[in-house]
Write a protein that binds this ligand. Structure first.
Ligand SMILES: Cc1ncc(COP(=O)(O)O)c(C=O)c1O
Length: 503
């Protein structure tokens, strides 16, 4: 009896030994992963995959060193790692064994190099699925791409100097969720003077551009399933932010004077939580909302008890006539949430924007802001604050306005000379893009945009920005940061695009 059991135990032990012995690690000397970790991972994977079963005795460091051509120290260290993480146990005097009693290991545990591929039980949220339908990003620097900025050498060297001033990191502990006080004071002073905004620094929340402000505003002011009224056509990233947070959208048409307030007053759908507008420069059509319509919009918000979200993204670039003051400045009933950004007026890469809320919303925004990303990073805020406080901003804007005006005029000339057969292009009085319509030679703006992209030119089709089924085909051409050479090349390529589409 005793002999038989000893024999069985020997046989089991032999089988275990041979399984462990047949294990041969492959250490890549050129890998950035240290050899110890590579060996540990390969042994761990053997255990996880069941090739090295519970109770297997791992070869002694002496045997393994001989068979695997590795140093004993390296092997001992990787065994220690396995023991420390519970994959193996060390038995004094008799060696290292694969641990017993590990729970069943799910398939697809990472091998330490790659992510585990998804399986049927992992689901994306509805918001993620929606975000994935948005489409592929366009080239950022091609002719007519929107959102480009001109390189201004004077501003660049000022920003560099101011950045160096703040690079000592002495104040970079956790910061106020609203943003740096100096920047909020500077923004308040700038907006009171230039945009007629009524605000105190305490109402300002610094955000990572307008986009984060839109996200914050929709989370705080619109519950999932509630309706937001948007201009039709509308700035797509704003629509996306509302829908991403569960809002339903209803479009109010725009004409050459912006939002048609008669259509707004006739709206009889579910009670809106908010109306999103770009009153100083409607995106994408380019119109400015006249005073009478502004007053009607404010009255609508008051009657229906909803918020107005005013996106004032590019009002610094007005070329003719006086700048139109903000809607927020007209609002006596604290209905307007004002969004601004330095993405156009300074640089999009610094990601400094802001949202200005009425006093009675400050507590809610203060409570929610840190949940999203604690507080905005201070370095660029301090740089922008100094840029404003030390008086560089007005001259910077004058330089940019001059150059953008010249780019606008040059592009208008080229469009007139080369593309009048296809495009009706009125130079915009404000902003940094042309919105052009068809002479009748084309009707499908998506097809034009697709063909243009094949020629290396980015023109945005306006019809997908509309919620209504029948949208006027139009195209959007950015001119900020566009060199004359690019304008020349871009318009030549567009003539080829139209010739190709016509043939
Ligand atoms: C209507 C509108 N709002 C806001 C922005 C700026 O967004 P952000 O500040 O997130 O860069 C843009 C930029 O193109 C815009 O067109």
């Amino acid at each position: 009896m005793r002999a038989t059991s000893a024999h069985d135990a020997d046989a089991r032990s032999l089988r275990r030994e041979s399984a462990a012995a047949s294990f041969l690690p492959a250490i890549e000397t050129s890998s950035p992963v240290p050899a110890v970790r590579q060996l540990y991972l390969q042994l761990r994977n053997g255990i996880v995959a069941g090739r090295l079963q519970p109770g297997h005795r791992l070869p002694s460091t002496r045997t393994a060193a001989r068979e695997w051509s590795l140093s004993r120290g390296l092997i001992a260290e990787s065994y220690d790692m396995l023991i420390a993480e519970g994959y193996a146990v060390g038995r004094h005097g008799s060696g290292t064994y694969v641990a017993s009693g590990l729970p069943p290991i799910p398939t697809g545990v990472s091998d330490g190099h790659k992510a585990v591929p998804g399986n049927d039980t992992r689901a994306l949220s509805a918001a993620a699925r929606l975000a994935m339908r948005i489409g592929t990003p366009l080239p950022l620097q091609a002719p007519f791409a929107t959102g480009r900025v001109i390189h201004d050498a004077r501003t660049a060297s000022l920003l560099k100097r101011l950045t160096l001033r703040h690079l000592d990191y002495t104040h970079d502990g956790y910061r106020d969720a609203q943003g740096e006080e100096t920047l909020r004071q500077a923004i308040a002073a700038h907006l009171i003077a230039s945009r007629g905004v009524r605000c105190e620094p305490g109402q300002i929340f610094v955000t990572s551009g307008t986009q984060q402000a839109l996200d914050l505003v929709s989370r705080l002011l619109v519950s999932p399933g509630e309706t937001v009224l948007v201009e039709d056509p509308c700035y797509p990233p704003a629509r996306q932010a509302f829908v991403f947070n569960g809002a339903l959208l209803s479009g109010i048409p725009v004409d050459r004077d912006g939002l048609i307030t008669q259509a707004l007053e006739a709206y009889d759908g579910p009670a809106p939580a908010a109306v999103y507008v770009t009153p100083s420069h409607q995106y994408p059509s380019g119109s400015a909302l006249p005073l009478a319509r502004r007053l009607q919009l404010l009255a609508f918000a008051q009657e229906r008890g909803c918020w107005i979200i005013e996106d004032d993204y590019d009002s610094e670039f007005r070329y003719d006539g006086r700048p139109i003051t903000s809607l927020q400045g007209l609002d006596a009933t604290d209905r307007v949430i004002y969004l601004g950004t330095f993405s156009k007026a300074l640089l999009p890469g610094i990601r400094v924007g802001y949202v200005i809320v009425p006093d009675d919303l400050v507590a809610a925004f203060r409570a929610a802001r840190p949940i999203i990303d604690r507080f905005p990073a201070p370095l660029h805020q301090r740089v922008v604050a100094d840029f404003l406080n030390e008086g560089y901003f007005p001259a910077h804007l004058r330089r940019l306005r001059e150059r953008y005006r010249a780019s606008r005029d040059f592009l208008a000339r080229l469009l007139r000379e080369r593309l009048a057969e296809h495009l009706i292009a009125l130079p915009p009085e404000q902003g940094i893009h042309f919105t052009v319509s068809s002479t009748g030679s084309w009707a499908d703006d998506r097809a034009v945009a697709k063909a243009a992209l094949e020629e290396g030119v980015v023109v945005l089709p306006v019809s997908p920005m509309s919620l209504s089924a029948v949208a006027e085909p139009r195209l959007l051409l950015g001119f900020s940061g566009l060199t004359d050479e690019e304008a020349d090349i871009g318009t030549r390529r567009l003539t080829r695009v139209f010739a190709r589409l016509a043939s």
